[in-house]
Design a protein around this ligand. Structure first.
Ligand SMILES: NC(=O)c1ccc[n+]([C@@H]2O[C@H](COP(=O)([O-])OP(=O)(O)OC[C@H]3O[C@@H](n4cnc5c(N)ncnc54)[C@H](O)[C@@H]3O)[C@@H](O)[C@H]2O)c1
Length: 356
């Protein structure tokens, strides 16, 4: 199966929960969606991947290399209310991951972010309510909705104060999901993801994660740019662990109506992260540069999560240590870089890079 579809055996009951079940993944050709699809293929699910393949986003057909014959692809946009209705009918599970992920883009084009991350979520939920109320849904929310934290580690009771348009729309998307669970008794749970990394993430630019562009630059022999003093602390989850969290949420009744943080055991400063990557790569350098003003305005500073709620409710914890996950990620991109480096060198350097 190759990189990033390992059974980390956190969801043993998932082995049976998805066998021959119909599963719809919105954003299924993207980073997390495609890794989830690879795991669900192993578990015997009948999978439909919905993705719009907008070039600026994370969708990439190579993400399903090796499983393309075992999944059905539907190139559709979640903004198409009628199309979504037809796709949702008859499905057993919905993993709702389609999203505009760039914080900077959400500031430059707030309406597109609103349409995808907020309005479309209502289309999807309405389609489920009217045409498939028994479907089990897991929604991909984000730690971005907390904004700049008041305390650490950040638990689910922390106030929500998003610092950008993307955070506000993702918060609304999450709230709609929880509302529909509460009012209509639908089976829905939410994961607030922290920085997720691993094979198949977008590395062309920093639209999905700054770690992507760092890895690309490192492999290309270019210095990694660390903004500010580099002492910002963050937590990171390897994508296989995140996939297991999605499976646990979907397969366990006890997740219903719950909102869970994901997080890692040890937060790390961005400087130490850069040093770790350089060491694993056995070459490279980093440089501290001033925060671009547009980035600084929406930066949240330190962030790391308290994930004890999902740990005690579903038994989830991050299994992949950062060093191990980064090593695997570097190996993946060294091997498959031609499929992820599509833009020219100049475009990569000029593209927005940041540490969200
Ligand atoms: N990767 C992370 O660190 C992270 C952190 C927090 C939250 N999330 C959330 O997880 C989800 C998946 O993120 P990802 O990292 O896999 O990003 P991604 O960009 O790789 O995946 C999102 C996918 O959604 C698709 N998409 C976007 N707009 C669409 C539309 N209108 N219709 C259909 N498909 C559309 C994209 O083409 C892409 O393939 C997103 O909702 C994101 O907000 C991710």
């Amino acid at each position: 199966m190759g990189f990033g579809a390992k059974n980390t055996v956190q969801a043993p009951d998932a082995t049976f929960a998805f066998q021959n079940k119909k599963v719809l993944i919105t954003g299924g050709l993207g980073f997390i969606g495609s890794n989830l699809a690879r795991r669900l293929v192993q578990l015997g699910a009948k999978i439909v991947l919905v993705d719009s393949m907008i070039p600026e986003y994370g969708g990439n057909l190579f993400n399903i290399d090796g499983i393309e014959g075992q999944v059905q692809i539907n190139l559709a946009d979640v903004r198409d209310e009628h199309g979504m209705r037809a796709l949702i009918r008859g499905q057993d599970y919905l993993f709702n991951l389609a999203g505009q992920t760039s914080h900077l883009d959400s500031m430059e084009d707030p309406y597109t972010d609103l349409e995808i991350n907020c309005r479309s979520q209502l289309y999807i939920l309405e389609a489920c309510r009217r045409h498939n109320p028994g479907i089990r849904i897991v929604y991909a929310s984000t730690r971005q909705i907390y904004g700049a934290p008041d305390y650490f580690p950040v638990d689910e009771n922390h106030p929500l104060r998003p610092v950008d348009v993307n955070g506000i729309n993702k918060m609304a998307g999450e709230y709609y999901h929880i509302l529909y669970q509460r009012i209509y008794g639908m089976q829905i749970s939410v994961l607030r993801l922290t920085n997720t990394y691993g094979p198949r993430m977008r590395v062309r630019d920093a639209r999905q994660t700054f770690l992507g562009i760092w890895i690309r630059r490192l492999i290309d022999g270019m210095p990694i740019d660390v903004f500010g003093d580099g002492l910002q602390k963050r937590d990171f989850n390897y994508v296989d662990d995140v996939v297991e969290a999605f499976l646990l949420c979907a397969s366990r009744q006890s997740s219903n109506g719950k909102v869970f943080n994901l997080g890692d055991i040890d937060p790390i400063t961005l400087i130490d992260l850069a040093k770790m990557l350089i060491q694993l790569n056995e070459a490279g350098e980093f440089r501290l540069i001033a925060f671009p003003p547009a980035r600084k305005a929406i930066d949240i500073g330190d962030y790391y999560a308290d994930y004890t709620s999902i740990q005690s409710t579903l038994g989830w914890s991050p299994r992949t240590r950062l060093r191990e996950g980064l090593k695997e990620t570097l190996e993946f991109y060294r091997k498959y870089k031609s499929h992820y480096w599509e833009l020219s060198h100049e475009t990569c350097v000029a593209s927005p890079a940041g540490q969200s």
